[in-house]
Design a protein around this ligand. Structure first.
Ligand SMILES: Nc1nc2c(c(=O)[nH]1)N[C@H]1C(S)=C(S)[C@@H](COP(=O)(O)O)O[C@H]1N2
Ligand SMILES: [Mo]
Length: 537
C-alpha cells in the first residue's frame, strides 16, 4: 500500500513538483517521438529526429565532422541521434516542470520544437506530401500526454480536492494520509505515466517494423526478383581456398561492411520507388520498380571498397550483383556531350558524382536490385543502388538511389567532394594479410599465410609476401571469375619458433605495384603495405 513517511522525511513540495513535472515532460517527449515514428513508418516519410540530424550534419563544418568521425567512427550517427534525443528529453523535463505552474508555457515550448521539426522535414522532403504528418502527429501526442499527465500530477499534489478522499475516520489509515498529497492521486499519476510510456514505446517500435511486418506490396519480403536474362555461370571452383580465418570469396550479405551517412537505415517501399534520369540528356525519364524488373537484368561479380578503408582494414566486400546496366539506362536518356558527371542522389539526400566515361566504357556498372541472391538488404540500398566496378563507393555506389542527373564536374559537387575528398577515385591496388591473425599464435614449422588482394577492373597479376624483412616471394593466387573482384592468396613457409612479421604487396595487371608509402584514406584512398606480427610456437 502506501509507503508514506512523515515529518522531515517527506520531500519538500518543491522537490515533488520537480519530480512530477520532469517526469511529465520526459513522458510527453516520449509520446511525441513514439507517435512521430509510428506515423513516419506508416506513411513512409522521414522521421523528424533523422531530419533534424541531417540538418545538423549538413550544417557541420568539415573539420568538426572529421573530428566526430575520428572520435566515434561509424558510431557517429548513433551519437548524433542520441544527442538530439537527449536535448529533446532535457528540454522536455524543464518544460514539464514549468508547465505544472504555467501550462501555456509547456504547450508553447512543445510548439517551438514542433516548428523546428517541421522546418527540418520540409527542408529535407518538400516534395513528400506526407512529410509534415509525423511532426503533426508527434505534436498532438505530446500535447495530449502533457495535458493528461500534468492534470494527473496536479491532482496528486492537491490533497482534499479532486481525486483525494476526505480524511477518513478510520484511525488505521488516517496517519498515513495526514499532510500527504499522495495516495490515490499519486497512483493515478503513476498509472497514467505507465500508460503513456508503454503506448509511446509500442508506437515507436511499430513505426520501425510495421512496414516490413505487414509485408505490404512494397516490402522487401514481398519483392520477387526475376532471374537474370543471361545468368552468370557458377563461380569457378577454387575461388575460395577455405583457409580458416581467411575472408570468404563471397561476403555473406549479413557480414557485408556498411558505410553511409544515413542516421537510421532508410526503409523504402519498392512500390513507391522511382528513379528520375534527367539533366544534360535528350529524353529525361522516370522508371519505377515494375518497369526496372521487366528489363533484361544482368549479373556481375564485383568487389566494393570504401575509400576510408585503412591498410589492413575490412571496409571491402564481394558479392554477385543483379541489376540493369547503367550505361543502357543512360543511353535511353541520351547523354549530351559535355556531361562528364553522373550526379546521383539517394532518397535521404546524399549525393555522389561518378565520371560518365567510366560508366559508359563497357564495364559492368549496374543499377543493382539484388545482392548475393536476394533483394538488396535495407542497409545496402533497397530497393535499388548503383555499383560500379573499379571506383570507391563514395564516387559510385549510391544506395537508395532515386535521382540521376547528368551534369558537369565544373558545375556541381557531390557530398564528399564538397568535404575535401577526391572527385575522381579509382580503387588503388591493395592487399591484406588475414592469416595469421594480428598478434596471432601459430604452430612453428610449415605455416600457412593467406589473405586477399584487389585491384578492381584491372585485376591482380601477382601477390608477394616477405617474412621478417626477407626476400619477397610470390604467393599462389586463387581463381577469380573476372577482373572486378578481389582474389584470395596463400603462401606457405617454414618458421622457427618466435616472433615474426609478414608483409604483403600486390601488383595489378597494368604492372603497378602497391607502394610502400603510407598515406591516409583522405582524399582518394590509403596506400602502404599491410604487415602483421605473430608468434610461431
Ligand atoms: N545513400 C548513400 N549511399 C552511399 C553512401 C552514403 O553515405 N549514402 N556511402 C557510399 C560509400 S562511402 C560506400 S563505401 C558504399 C558502401 O556500401 P555498403 O554500405 O553497401 O557497403 O556506399 C556508398 N553509397
Ligand atoms: Mo566509402
Amino acid at each position: 500500500m502506501n509507503t508514506e513517511r512523515r515529518g522531515g522525511t517527506t520531500p519538500p513540495r518543491e522537490g515533488r513538483r520537480i519530480v512530477a513535472g520532469s517526469a511529465t515532460g520526459l513522458l510527453a517527449v516520449g509520446a511525441a517521438l513514439g507517435a512521430a515514428e509510428l506515423v513516419a513508418g506508416m506513411t513512409g516519410s522521414v522521421s523528424p529526429v533523422v531530419a533534424v540530424g541531417d540538418v545538423v550534419v549538413d550544417a557541420t563544418p568539415a573539420f568538426l565532422m572529421e573530428w566526430a568521425i575520428a572520435l566515434f567512427g561509424t558510431a557517429d550517427k548513433v551519437v548524433l541521434v542520441t544527442g538530439i534525443t537527449a536535448v529533446l528529453f532535457g528540454a522536455g523535463a524543464v518544460l514539464g516542470v514549468i508547465a505544472l505552474r504555467r501550462p501555456v508555457l509547456g504547450y508553447a515550448g512543445l510548439a517551438v520544437f514542433a516548428l523546428a521539426g517541421l522546418a527540418a522535414v520540409l527542408l529535407r522532403r518538400a516534395d513528400d506530401p506526407w512529410a509534415a504528418a509525423p511532426v503533426v502527429a508527434g505534436a498532438a501526442a505530446g500535447a495530449l500526454a502533457l495535458a493528461l499527465l500534468s492534470r494527473s500530477a496536479r491532482t496528486a499534489r492537491r490533497p482534499g480536492r479532486e481525486g483525494r478522499p476526505q480524511a477518513p475516520a478510520d484511525a488505521e489509515t488516517a496517519p498515513a494520509q495526514v499532510g500527504s498529497d499522495r495516495g490515490p492521486g499519486r497512483r493515478g499519476f503513476v498509472l497514467t505515466a505507465t500508460g503513456v510510456l508503454v503506448g509511446s514505446a509500442t508506437a515507436g517500435a511499430l513505426g520501425r517494423w510495421l512496414p516490413d511486418a505487414l509485408g505490404g506490396a512494397g516490402a522487401r519480403s514481398a519483392l520477387a526478383l526475376p532471374a537474370a536474362a543471361e545468368p552468370l555461370p557458377a563461380l569457378p571452383s577454387g575461388t575460395d581456398l577455405g583457409v580458416p580465418g581467411l575472408a570468404p570469396f563471397s561476403t555473406p550479405n549479413a557480414d557485408f561492411y556498411r558505410i553511409d551517412t544515413a542516421l537510421t537505415v532508410p526503409r523504402l517501399d519498392s512500390t513507391r520507388w522511382r528513379l528520375r534520369v534527367h539533366g544534360m540528356v535528350d529524353e529525361p525519364f522516370e522508371i519505377d520498380m515494375d518497369e526496372l524488373l521487366a528489363l533484361p537484368l544482368v549479373e556481375a561479380d564485383i568487389t566494393m571498397t570504401c575509400v576510408s578503408n585503412q591498410v589492413g582494414g575490412d571496409l571491402v566486400g564481394n558479392s554477385r550483383w543483379l541489376g540493369f546496366p547503367l550505361a543502357d539506362l543512360l543511353r535511353r536518356a541520351g547523354v549530351q556531350s559535355g556531361a562528364d558527371q553522373i550526379l546521383s542522389t539517394s532518397d535521404d539526400g546524399w549525393t555522389c558524382g561518378t565520371p560518365t566515361e567510366v560508366v559508359m566504357d563497357g564495364r559492368d556498372a549496374l543499377l543493382a536490385v539484388g545482392m548475393g541472391g536476394e533483394p538488396l538488404p535495407h542497409e545496402h540500398g533497397y530497393p535499388a543502388r548503383m555499383v560500379v566496378p573499379g571506383l570507391y563507393g563514395f564516387v559510385s555506389a549510391t544506395k537508395w538511389v532515386t535521382d540521376i542527373k547528368l551534369t558537369r564536374f565544373a558545375d556541381e559537387r557531390a557530398y564528399w567532394a564538397r568535404r575535401d575528398w577526391a572527385v575522381r577515385a579509382p580503387i588503388k591496388v591493395m592487399s591484406r594479410v588475414d592469416v595469421p591473425a594480428p598478434l596471432g599464435r601459430v604452430p612453428s614449422g610449415d605455416t600457412v599465410l593467406a589473405g586477399v588482394a584487389w585491384a578492381q577492373h584491372r585485376g591482380v597479376a601477382a601477390v608477394e609476401v616477405s617474412v621478417d624483412d626477407g626476400d619477397w616471394w610470390e604467393a599462389e593466387l586463387a581463381q577469380v571469375p573476372g577482373i572486378d573482384t578481389w582474389v584470395q592468396w596463400v603462401a606457405e613457409t617454414a618458421l622457427e619458433p618466435g616472433p615474426h612479421t609478414v608483409r604483403v604487396r600486390a601488383t595489378d595487371a597494368t604492372g603497378r605495384t602497391q607502394t610502400s608509402e603510407r598515406t591516409e584514406p583522405i582524399p582518394d584512398g590509403a596506400t602502404g603495405w599491410h604487415s602483421i606480427r605473430f608468434t610461431a610456437e
